[in-house]
Design a protein around this ligand. Structure first.
Ligand code: FES
Length: 197
C-alpha cells in the first residue's frame, strides 16, 4: 500500500488538469491558487460550477471554487479506498449520520456518488481553516498508523480520505459534501444535484 500511495502522491504532485465552468468557473492546480473567480454576483447566486475530471489521474486532487468555498475533487486509488473501512472505529461519524454534512447520495463509506471520486468542501469544520492533503503513509508527525487523509494544522484536526473526522480532535463534524451530479462520465456539476445519478 505504501508504494501505491507514494506513487499516487507523485501523480498528485504532477496533476494540472484543466477545469472549465459553465460560467467560466475557477481553475486551480495544486497548490490551490484560484486563477479565475466567478463574479461576486455569480458567487452570491451560487451558480453551479462545471468541472472536467477526465484527466484527473488516480491519486490526483483538483481544487476549484464554488460559492467562494474551496471544493476538492480527489480520484482515490484502490489502495486509498481500502483504508476507508479499516479505520472506521477511529472516526467520530464513520456512517455519516450527521445528515446536514452531505447529500443523501453521499451517505456511504466513500461519501460520494462514484466510489472512486470524492467531492468535498475543503474547509475544516472546527473554525474553517484549510486542511492540508496528507497522502503520505505513516509520516513522523502524524504517526506510523496514519493511512493518508487530510490534516488541519490550525488545531490538529484529522480527516480520512472521505473527509470523515477522527475522534478526539477539535473539529466536530465530517467535511461537508456539496450537492453535485455527473453530467457525463468525465464532467461533474458542483452546486446542483437535480437529476443526480
Ligand atoms: S480550524 Fe481546523 S482544527 Fe481548528
Amino acid at each position: 500500500m505504501t508504494d501505491d500511495l507514494n506513487k499516487s502522491r507523485r501523480k498528485f504532485l504532477s496533476v494540472a488538469t484543466a477545469v472549465t465552468g459553465g460560467i467560466g468557473a475557477a481553475f486551480a492546480a495544486v497548490p490551490f491558487v484560484a486563477s479565475f473567480r466567478p463574479s461576486a454576483r455569480a458567487q452570491a447566486l451560487g451558480v453551479p460550477v462545471e468541472v472536467d475530471i477526465g484527466k484527473l489521474e488516480e491519486g490526483g486532487l483538483l481544487k476549484v471554487e464554488w460559492r467562494g468555498q474551496p471544493v476538492w475533487i480527489l480520484r482515490r486509488t484502490p489502495a486509498m479506498l481500502d483504508t476507508l473501512p479499516a479505520i472506521a472505529t477511529e472516526l467520530a461519524d464513520p456512517d455519516s449520520e450527521q445528515v446536514e454534512q452531505q447529500p443523501e447520495y453521499a451517505r456511504n463509506a466513500h461519501r460520494s456518488i462514484n466510489p472512486e471520486v470524492l467531492v468535498v468542501i475543503g474547509s475544516c469544520t472546527h473554525l474553517g481553516c484549510a486542511p492540508t492533503e496528507r497522502f503520505d503513509v505513516g509520516p513522523a508527525d502524524l504517526g506510523a498508523d496514519w493511512p493518508g487523509g487530510f490534516y488541519c494544522p490550525c488545531h490538529g484536526s484529522k480527516f480520512d480520505l472521505s473527509g470523515r473526522v477522527y475522534k478526539s480532535v477539535p473539529a466536530p463534524l465530517n467535511l461537508k459534501v456539496p450537492p453535485y451530479r455527473y453530467i457525463s462520465d468525465s464532467r461533474i456539476l458542483i452546486g446542483s444535484d437535480t437529476g443526480a445519478a
